[in-house]
Structure formats: C-alpha cells, structure tokens
Design a binder for this molecule. Structure first.
Ligand code: MSP
Length: 634
C-alpha cells in the first residue's frame, strides 16, 4: 500500500442544514483519516459545500436573500459543525472559491478543445433534487427514484459532454479493478447502468434561465451544469494541475458517498477524468441510507435528526460510536434513540467503562494506583496477548475493508476477554492470599489491554481514547499503540505509571430524550403505598462481591451465588436468564442482608440482590467505583 491516503466526502448542497446523514459520511471520512494517520500514512481529508444551481437559487429566494448571502450562511454552518463533531478536515472547499472556478473552466476548455463537448438540443425528464436528467429506465411511475417527486420536462439548446465515447473504457476499467466501486452490490449496480447505452451528459444551462453558476469559458451565454462543476472539487482542492498536493495525494484518492449519488460518481466522473486525461480515482465507497424510526428522514415527516443536538444530549463519542457500530457499511440502517441508549449502556458504560473503573479501583487498592512490573506470563496472559494480536489483525483488515462494525466488534471481543480474564484471575482472591507477584501480573496485564484498546478506539472515539491514555499517565500519541498492539503486548503495559481513579468514562444514560419528552406528564415513579424513612432504614443494604455463581438444577431462572458481603453468604437470585454465571464472578452488587432466610429449590438464600427492571431485562445494581465487600449502602 502507498504511504499516502486521500479521503473525500461529497460536497453538500447548501439548501439544507447539516443532518444525521451528512454527519455520518463526514464521521466515516474522519475515522478513516485518523486511522490512516495512525498507520503512519501522510493523509488528506476533504469536505466542503456545493453552492451553484437551480435549487440553491430557489432556497435563497425562499429565505428572502440573494444567493451569495444565502450560500455564505449555510456553508459556514457546515464548516462550523465539523469541529464540534471532532472532525478537522485538511481542507474545506466551496464551489464558489475562485481557485475552484478557475480549475473548472480550464478543464471545460481542455475537454472542449479535444472535441468532447458539443452544442445540441435535448429534451428530457429532469429532477431538480438530483440536478440531472432521469432516464425512462430509472424513473418510477414518472417520479424520481431518490426524491420520489414528479419529474419536469425540459428542452433547450445546451452543451453536451460526449460521455458515450468512454462507455467501453469504463466498463473495462470497472471489471479490471474490483476496488474501483465498492461494496460489490454498488459495483454491480454501476455495471448494470452501463448495460444501457450511455447518453451524453448535458453540462450547461443558458444564463437567461440560471446565472448562478460558472460561465463556460467558450460561451459566456451559458453556465456549467452542477455536476460538471461539483465533481471537479476533488482535484481543484489539491491544486490541480500543478499543485504538489495533487501529485502527492491523487494516486491514493478514495471517494466516500451514499447510494443516492452513485451515478454521477461511478459514471460521469470517471468519464470526465478520462476525457481530461487525468488518471481515474482509486476507489469509490458507497454506503446506505440512515432511516429514522424505520422511515425515510425528511422535513415533511419532521424526523430530520440534527447531529449537534444528538451530541449535546448523548455526548460526542457515544454518538460517533453508535453511528459507526450500528451501520453495516453499504446497507441502510435505522436510527433509533432507544437503540442508541442501549448501546451506550451495554457497550460503553458497562463493558468498556467497567473494565477501566474496576481495574483502576483494584490497582488503587492493591498497588496505591501505580502499575506494577508484571511477573512471568502464565497461560492466561499468553492467551490474552494472543487475543490482542488476533484482534489487532482483524481490526486492521476490517478498517481497510470499510467494515467498521466488524472492527469495533473485534475490539469489544478484546474488552470482553479482558473482563473475563479479571473475573477468572480474581485479583481480590490473590490479594487475600497474599500472592502479590501474581496479582502484579494480572493488574499489569489488565492495563496492557486497556492501553491497546485506547489505541484501537482512537479513530472512533478520540476524546475517550485520549482520556483513557491521560488517566494512565500516557502522553504519547496512540500511533505506537496501533503498531505495537498486535506485535508486542508486553511493551504496551504502562509499568510505573500512576493511574487516576476518576468519574465513569461513560455514565449510563437513562432514557431516550424523545421518550422522556413524551412521558413528561406521566408520573415518573409508580404511585403506591408510602414507606416511612424509619421503616425503610430497617433494610440492611450492603455491597457484596460475587465469588461464585452456578445454575440451580431444574430452575431455569435461578442462580446460586456465593457473595462476600463482609462475610460469605449464599444468595439465590432470579437472574439466570439475564446473566451467564461466569460473567458474574467478581462483580460488585448491592444486596439486602437482613431479609428473612428462605429456602428456594432446596437452597437456603440469605439475602436478596437488587436489580433494575429495564423493559424485559434485569440489570444488576452496582456501585460507581471499587467498594469493599460489606460496605453499608446508605
Ligand atoms: N452536492 C451533491 C454532492 C456533490 S459531490 C461532488 C449532493 N449533496 S447532498 O447534500 O445531497 O449530499 C448527499 C450526501 O449526503 C449523500 O451521498 C450522503 O453522503 C449524505 N446523506 C444525505 N442523506 C443521507 C442519509 N439519510 N443517510 C446517509 N447519508 C446521507 O448530493
């Protein structure tokens, strides 16, 4: 692989404010940009705004301002949104930039002189949403397949680009280069569009009808058609033809789009490049659409989701994580706040957050917060380091295939492996038995994994990754952790570093915001008989640490737990359908210790573990930090 990486997003139309869909593509670009930088590649990320054409003029009219004032305003909104989502592109391009305009005109002139642009008359069905003619074959019941809006018949004299001339070359190029359009379903879709004879592309509008565009250099009665203008942004931004960035980055150019603009990118753009004698881009990666609560996101349905609002409610990294974990790149996905809340609580607060807080809590207790030198690795540590290596390889492969959900899934396999390792090695038992060298090995290995995980997560959740490293006293950039993670696990252990115990990395989220809004008028707590404080205080609640957990024969819902609550006791708990016994060992829970003993399925239970009923699932209640078994819950 070359040592440069160039990633682009579509340049967004300024007729609407940034929404969830724009945010997704731009976050994906940022994730890749960060990943390739960590892999040591000289990288460039481009995004921007597409500001010419009919629909922009219409939007400006609706807003009651002239086009320039309007595009300046909305373009600034896009530009200012990205840093708030943790995205810092190398360049933000606008099609109204003078450098861009000059490049578009020079390419038009070159293609015209070559004879690939001619003057003619054309009539056809036009979609203003797509800003292109829709073929009879593409239209669905006379409507645009993307915007589902009626098409308008337009006939006028215009300039045309001889796209048909490049059809055979393009088919061959796509066939020869499997990575040119991906995933495969979109490559097939492009090939299927090319089974029909390509029509030449109308590239102009008479100024008398539209003057908000770039004038044709060879006929100033016309402006150029939006796509011919917009697509060129990908090279004008690099300083084509002579800029050093163009020479450096164009050979490793990757375009990122959603399925709505496959045809302009998969067909028009390569033909334009070929005609202008510019090498084709390296790859086009096409993702699906985000729907909201199973419906298409649209202004009329009132379900357009604003990324900044979601980030304010749920936190930036939780929002970024959800988008990247939930969508299978290439397929449509459904955005639903309940699913977002579940992911935050299960993956971020529970798996990742707990791994950090429990390991930090134990380190504080057993080694005054300083990561000890590990002793000799035993079979469990060798297995852990092999798992880190396996996950690293899988992660890099998935990132290069744009399979972000898989990359994250593999990081979570490592996190869960580490949680199970701690449960099994039971540092609290090692401490009790005064096996300090073994305890040092386990605690050190735990932090080795946390360091690896912080590196692998950097592209997705950069703030959390940094927070994890800073809490471990690691100032270096995560580059080393990405390279070394799979190769040398032992070197990832931050020996001698003081780990700060602090607030949870990810606080649990209560409820989807929208659901909370709907339920505002309902009582939040079911009304029923009241309990006086005096009566309530009779219940003796304690922190307990689960030492052992096993199923009870013949009782599907019950587990027999041995709990240290300042003294060992047996507790029968109805959580077998929600927790595997091995996942419970080591967990801290809250239990009532002065409940009358009861014999359940032949086992005497000396207490009751508190759980939270969340829909149909039961979640254990626990303490936020490492407490000692037997600590009173007040
Ligand atoms: N201006 C053209 C692109 C020119 S590129 C040379 C354009 N702009 S757009 O504002 O309509 O942006 C379309 C892009 O926004 C999609 O390709 C995708 O990246 C993103 N998305 C818009 N809605 C989306 C969803 N509902 N879901 C996922 N991404 C979507 O087309």
């Amino acid at each position: 692989m070359t040592n440069t990486f160039y990633i682009t997003t579509p340049i967004y139309y300024v007729n609407a404010e940034p929404h969830l869909g724009h945010a997704y593509t731009t976050i994906v670009a940022d994730v890749l940009y960060r990943f390739h930088q960590l892999m040591g590649r000289d990288s460039f990320m481009l995004t921007g705004t597409d500001e010419h054409g009919d629909k922009i003029v219409r939007a400006a009219e609706k807003a009651g301002v002239d086009p320039k004032t309007y595009v300046d305003r909305i373009s600034a909104e896009f530009r200012d949104t990205w840093p708030q989502l943790g995205i810092f592109p190398s360049k933000f391009i606008r099609t109204t930039d003078s450098e861009h305009i000059a490049v578009v005109q020079s390419i038009l002139q070159k293609v015209y002189e070559k004879g690939d642009i001619y003057f003619g008359e054309y009539g056809g069905m036009y979609c203003f949403g797509c800003e292109r003619f829709i073929t009879e074959h593409e239209a669905v019941d006379g409507n645009c397949p993307i915007h589902q809006a009626p098409l308008e018949y337009i006939a006028e004299q215009n300039y045309f680009f001889r796209m048909s001339k490049y059809q055979d070359w393009l088919v061959e190029h796509i066939r020869q280069h499997p990575e040119f359009i991906q995933p495969e379903r979109y490559r097939n879709e492009a090939l299927s569009m090319l089974r029909e004879p390509l029509e030449d592309l109308c590239i102009s509008r008479p100024k008398s009808r539209l003057d908000w565009g770039i004038p044709l250099p060879f006929d100033d009665r016309y402006v150029t058609y939006v796509w011919f203008d917009a697509l060129i942004n990908y090279i004008s931004a690099l300083g084509y033809p002579d800029g050093k960035d163009f020479k450096k980055f164009w050979p490793s150019s990757h375009h990122l789009i959603a399925k709505d603009i496959l045809k302009p990118h998969g067909i028009y753009w390569p033909c334009m490049l070929k005609s202008a004698e510019i090498p084709p881009y390296k790859s086009l990666s096409v993702h699906g659409y985000w729907n909201v609560d199973e419906s298409k996101m649209s202004k009329s349905l009132g379900n357009v989701r604003r990324p900044l609002e979601l980030k304010d409610v749920y936190g930036l990294d939780a929002f970024r994580y959800f988008l990247m974990r939930e969508m299978v790149f290439g397929l449509d996905a459904n955005f639903n706040e309940e699913a977002l809340v579940q992911r935050i609580n299960a993956d971020l607060a529970n798996d990742l957050g707990n791994l950090f807080s429990r390991t930090a809590g134990m380190l504080d207790k057993y080694f005054q917060g300083v990561v000890p030198e590990p002793g000799e690795f035993g079979p469990a540590e060798i297995e852990l380091s092999r798992e880190a290596e396996r996950v690293h390889i899988e992660y890099v492969r998935s990132m290069e295939e744009f399979a972000f959900h898989k990359a994250l899934g593999s990081v979570w396999e490592l996190i869960n492996h580490a949680n199970r390792y701690i449960d099994r090695e039971a540092p609290w038992v090692l401490f009790k038995e005064n096996r300090m060298e073994r305890l040092a090995t386990v605690m050190a290995s735990g932090f080795g994994v946390i360091h690896v995980v912080a590196g692998l997560l950097e592209p997705f959740v950069p703030d959390t990754s940094e927070e994890m490293r800073l809490r471990m006293g690691i100032e270096d950039k995560p580059t080393r952790s990405l390279e070394a993670a799979g190769l040398d696990f032992a070197s990832m252990i931050p020996v001698g570093k003081e780990v700060r115990k602090s607030h949870a990395l990810f606080p649990r989220v209560e409820k989807p915001k929208t659901e909370a809004r709907v339920e505002k008028d309902k009582p939040q707590v079911p009304s029923g008989p009241t309990v006086s404080l005096k009566e309530f205080r009779k219940a003796d609640l304690r922190v307990g640490q689960i030492l052992k957990a096993e199923r009870i024969k013949g009782a599907d819902r019950l587990l027999k737990l041995i709990v240290d609550a300042g003294g060992e006791r047996t507790v029968v708990s109805g959580i077998a359908e929600h927790y595997a016994p091995e996942a419970l060992v080591g967990k801290q829970v809250i239990l009532v210790v002065n409940l009358e003993p009861a014999t359940i399925c032949g086992v005497q239970s000396q207490g009751m573990i508190l759980t939270c009923e969340h829909g149909k699932t039961l979640l254990l209640t626990t303490v936020d930090g490492e407490a000692s078994p037997g600590d009173a819950v007040l």
